[in-house]
Design a protein around this ligand. Structure first.
Ligand code: SF4
Length: 306
């Protein structure tokens, strides 16, 4: 088929040189796919290297504490990915090794159809087509969907991903040098900017949070966020609606953007003369030990303003 041959040829000449491309180690491939689920390659690259350094094998990752994993993930957002990664590492170890079928890969926590197809094709050469945003755009522009079943799934899927990321880009695609141009429907009908049809993005919801950073004899109080909300499992300072008398305002209305929420944070510093009682769940730690706790990026930014 002309389409898949063109992509394979294009990939051989233009594919991106990414560190996990040189391996068929399913652990390394899986790690890269989970990191790239909601993160751009440029940002995810360093995290992938950091994880491979700290946890060179799935056994090492499985044996780590959740705090260690979250701390390494810090700054990437969508922390459920890190928790799922950790759970899946334990699953893999208890299975006796990385599963090599699509169903087996799909049974890992945090792995959906897309990621299973990516890992299956890249690490095990399984003939599974990958359709992410980049790939969907290329298909939508070129044909209006007819998924080719190629003979070289790993190279084809990687080729499609790279092609969508670097040639058939969302804005200003490189149509003039594109090898698919002669038969591209979107190009022929002048609709490259109209395809694929996009859904209107939901407006982020605003949320107000008030934090009090308590300092008493070189210690501060933090608590771990529970399930069912943002930042599950991460640590943050005292979250309260009632700021104690004597607390000083450090920053008001600090804006922090998450994908579906805009956080507006007020941050206070309070240095009481006696150790105050805090609600259940808070622990006192040495301020010097704060680094050892996995924190939301917002808390880190606020700490810089202390
Ligand atoms: S001609 Fe343009 S729109 Fe069509 S596949 Fe190539 S880059 Fe994409």
């Amino acid at each position: 088929m002309v389409f898949s041959e063109t992509i394979l040829r294009w990939y051989a000449e233009n594919g991106r040189d990414l560190p996990w491309r040189g391996t068929r180690d399913p652990y390394a491939v899986w790690l890269s796919e989970i990191i790239l689920q909601q993160t751009r390659v440029a940002q995810g690259w360093a995290y992938w290297e950091r994880f491979m350094d700290h946890f060179p094998t799935v056994e090492a990752l499985a044996a780590a504490s959740e705090d260690e994993v979250l701390r390494l993930w810090q700054g990437l957002g969508y922390y459920s990915r890190a928790r799922n990664l950790h759970t899946a590492a334990k699953q893999i170890v208890s299975m006796g090794g990385f599963p090599s079928t699509l169903e087996g890969i799909r049974s890992l926590k945090g792995v959906g159809d897309y990621t299973a197809a990516a890992i299956g094709s890249l690490a095990f050469g399984l003939p599974a087509a990958v359709v992410d945003g980049n790939v969907y755009r290329v298909l939508a522009r070129y044909f209006g969907i007819a998924t080719p079943v190629p003979e070289a799934p790993a190279a084809f899927n990687q080729g499609m991903m790279d092609f969508g990321a670097t040639c058939c880009t969302p804005v200003n695609p490189a149509c003039l040098t594109c090898p698919l141009q002669p038969s591209c429907q979107a190009f022929r009908t002048g609709r490259t900017e109209l395809l694929p049809v996009k859904q209107a993005a939901a407006k982020p919801v605003e949320r107000h949070l008030t934090y009090v950073y308590v300092r008493f004899q070189g210690q501060t109080a933090i608590h771990r966020r529970g399930p069912g909300d943002i930042w599950q499992g991460l640590w943050e300072p005292w979250l309260t609606d009632e700021v104690p008398a004597g607390a000083q305002s450090v920053v008001k209305g600090f804006k922090h953007q998450l994908t579906h929420r805009t956080i507006l944070a007020d941050f206070y510093l309070w240095e009481p003369a006696e150790r105050p009682d805090l609600p259940e769940g808070y622990v006192w730690i040495e301020e010097a030990e704060l680094d050892a706790y996995a924190k939301p990026r917002l808390f880190e930014l606020l700490l810089e303003k202390r």
